[in-house]
Design a protein around this ligand. Structure first.
Ligand SMILES: [Zn+2]
Ligand SMILES: [Zn+2]
Length: 163
C-alpha cells in the first residue's frame, strides 16, 4: 500500500529538490540518495534500516546527514514520521493516494497497513459531533500478529508429550 509508483516517486523527488532550493539548502548527491531510497521504500524503515539499504546500494550516508535529510523530508510533507513507541522512529513516503492506518505487532515488530472506510467515516462523524473540522487522523492498533499467534499455538501443542 505504501509503495509509490515510479512516477509518483519521481514527482516527490522533484518536490524535494524544490523544497531544498526554496530553503537555500544544498542539493547534494547524498541527500538525493536518501530521498530516493525513502521514496522507494515499500515499508516503514527505521533510520538504521535506511542506513543499511543505502550502504547496500553503494551510497553510504553519514548518520548526521541521514537525520538532517529525513528531517527535511518530513518538514517538506514528503515523508511521514512514525513513533510507534518502539524506542526508535520509522519513516514512510507520504503518498497522496494511500491514506492508511497501522497494526503493530509488539512481538516481532511487524507493521501491517490497513484502510477502512467505516473507520474513516466514524472518525469524521466524531469530529462533526464536536464541531471539529476534520483534517486527518492516525490510528495505531497494538497487539500480536497472526504469525506470532500461530507460533504461540505451535509451542503450546509442541510442548505436549508425543505419541
Ligand atoms: Zn508478530
Ligand atoms: Zn504505513
Amino acid at each position: 500500500m505504501a509503495r509509490l509508483s515510479p512516477d509518483e516517486a519521481a514527482a516527490l523527488l522533484e518536490r524535494f529538490q524544490r523544497h531544498l532550493r526554496e530553503r537555500r539548502l544544498p542539493i547534494t548527491r547524498q541527500r538525493m540518495a536518501v530521498a530516493d531510497e525513502m521514496f522507494r521504500a515499500p515499508d516503514h524503515p527505521s533510520v538504521d534500516e535506511i542506513k543499511r539499504r543505502l550502504r547496500a546500494a553503494g551510497e553510504p550516508v553519514g548518520t548526521a546527514t541521514l537525520y538532517r535529510t529525513l528531517d527535511a523530508l518530513v518538514r517538506g510533507g514528503l515523508v511521514l514520521e512514525h513513533d510507534f513507541g518502539e524506542g526508535f522512529k520509522r519513516y514512510e513516503p507520504l503518498s497522496s493516494s494511500s491514506a492508511h492506518d497501522h497494526l503493530l505487532c509488539e512481538r516481532c515488530g511487524r507493521v501491517i497497513e490497513f484502510a477502512n472506510d467505516r473507520l474513516e467515516r466514524m472518525l469524521r462523524m466524531t469530529a462533526d459531533e464536536q464541531h471539529f473540522l476534520y483534517r486527518r487522523h492516525r490510528v495505531e492498533v497494538h497487539g500480536t500478529c497472526a504469525e506470532c499467534r500461530g507460533r504461540d499455538l505451535e509451542s503450546l501443542t509442541g510442548g505436549r508429550p508425543r505419541r
